[in-house]
Design a protein around this ligand. Structure first.
Ligand code: GAP
Length: 462
């Protein structure tokens, strides 16, 4: 994690938030490369789960919604974590985190029941209070008065926006079940113990969809089959699109008693992070809980009428949900490689750090590097860079030695470097270097766009 953190800051993937003011605990800003990487992950997610399917429709709902939405969804009453406060240093801790840490201690007896009262404060070893519930929603006020009637909340999840728009979307798209509504957006949770870099923050993005199904279809393909279909798609997402080492994933089937009360099946997809096996994202069968609650609270009929059978019922929902920032963290961890590489001196090697992102996730696709700053070379190199920019994110760099420039591009994961040298003025060719193999090829400048288009692997899996 330290290596990733240092690379992220040094190269401009992620900066500590409000850095010049000493930061703001656990807030992070995405720098130029982090922003591009995140955009690319979201674009691939969108392509795989929405664009390439004929059963998904997109939307983008408001962050601040009518407070009645959160009453109906249960967030005002239940979206809380039990916390304890240290009676000496007044630090607050999540009860589940303390119990988890305690049971991970060496020598812990599995039969032992850990009582929170027996756990000393991790900060000062003081005594902890008894647990109290703490609502995680960020409160704000609408308009100029700050009283109970103007209270509003920043959304803690994107799902509610899709449930309250179910009727609108059904009317305008005239979709038949099964179909899904998808969106990606920012969410806010006043987490008490955020941490581990961008793993747990107070402001983060979720990509999720609500997949509406008939719980008793005539063809017999009920929720179990739909759930399996989505698990399979999720597996393909991680294996084929994100191209991660599948041994790093843990498929955690939540047993009875651990699931939310409305869920009949939940699978947490966990990842072996350097700080432990933790939830990466999840999938839940939420039954008709949400539509039922919003129907009752709003008084609107949210039922679906099947155009063929005329059957009228409340659809049930399967919800795959993905934390975008956690996916970005995983993509950094998976891409990070340290390898021996030749220095240029005969037989000598040194270490190179190389981020082996799949090409379509790489923030910068091509670097154009003239061997000298002399005008005749730099003007040709600029001309080439400007042409490539029409199709890809390109970096132009004419500073430092070529070796250092290659290392820098390796470290930010640029799949191809195009080197322009004095021979290029004569033979109209450039050298193209492959990030992963470090192999170099001489290519005619006129063939460069076609060469890169062919070699920059796009994700065409469907
Ligand atoms: N609608 C369901 C829902 O919101 P969730 O498990 O509470 O489910 C979805 O959140 C995903 O959002 C998580 O699986 C995780 O990837 C991500 N996530 C949750 N809390 C987060 C936080 N504080 N910081 C970063 N990502 C978070």
């Amino acid at each position: 994690m330290d290596d990733i953190l240092s690379l992220a800051k040094r190269r401009g993937f992620v900066f500590p938030g409000s850095d010049i003011y000493g930061g703001l605990a656990n807030s992070w800003d995405y720098g130029p490369l982090g922003h591009l990487l995140k955009q690319n992950i979201k674009a691939e997610w969108w392509k795989f789960f929405v664009q390439q399917r004929d059963d998904m429709v997109p939307m983008d709902s408001a962050i601040i919604m009518n407070t009645k939405v959160w009453e109906a969804s249960g967030h005002i009453q239940n979206f809380s974590d039990p916390l304890v406060e240290c009676k000496s240093c007044h630090h607050r801790f999540r009860v589940d985190h303390l119990l988890e840490a305690r049971s991970a201690e060496p020598g812990y007896d599995k039969e032992e029941v850990v009582r929170i009262e027996d756990v000393p404060c991790p900060n000062c070893s003081g005594q902890l209070s008894s647990p109290k519930n703490f609502n995680l929603m960020f409160k704000t006020f609408i308009g100029s008065t700050e009283d109970d009637s103007s209270v509003a909340y920043l959304r803690p999840e994107t799902a509610a926006g899709m449930f309250v728009n179910f009727k609108n979307i059904l009317q305008v798209t005239r979709r038949r079940l099964p179909f899904g509504i998808a969106q990606i957006g920012k969410n806010f949770r006043n987490e008490i113990t955020p941490g581990n870099f961008i793993f747990r923050t107070r402001e983060f993005e979720i990509g999720e969809f609500e997949y509406f199904i008939n719980p008793n279809p005539a063809d017999g393909a009920g929720w179990e089959a739909m759930f399996e279909m989505w698990l399979d798609q999720i597996r393909r997402w991680w294996k084929d699109i994100m191209q991660i080492d599948m041994d790093n994933l843990v498929w955690h089937e939540l047993p009875d008693g651990e699931r939310a009360h409305y869920s009949k099946r939940t699978v947490d997809i966990e990842y072996k992070f350097p700080f432990g096996v933790k939830e990466l994202h999840g999938i839940a069968y939420r039954t008709d809980f949400d539509l039922l609650r919003h129907q009752a609270a709003s008084g609107e009929d949210l039922q679906y009428t099947d155009p063929v059978t005329n059957e009228k019922f409340l659809p049930h929902v399967i919800e795959p949900t993905f934390g975008i920032d956690r996916m970005l963290l995983v993509s950094l961890l998976e891409a990070y490689h340290v390898e021996d590489a030749p220095t240029g001196e005969a037989g000598e090697t040194d270490k190179r750090v190389v981020m082996k992102f799949p090409h379509y996730l790489a923030p910068i696709k091509v670097a154009v590097l003239p061997l000298s700053k002399k005008t005749e070379l730099s003007s040709l190199a600029q001309e080439i860079a400007n042409r490539l920019r029409k199709d890809w994110m390109v970096e132009y760099d004419e500073t430092q030695s070529i070796g250092k420039r290659y290392r820098r591009q390796d470290e930010i994961g640029t799949p191809y470097c195009v080197t322009v040298d004095f021979d290029s003025l004569v033979d109209k060719k450039v050298t193209v270097r492959d990030r992963d193999t470090m192999a170099q090829e001489r290519i005619l400048i006129t063939d460069l766009v076609d060469y890169l288009a062919k070699h920059l692997c796009s994700n065409t899996i469907n």
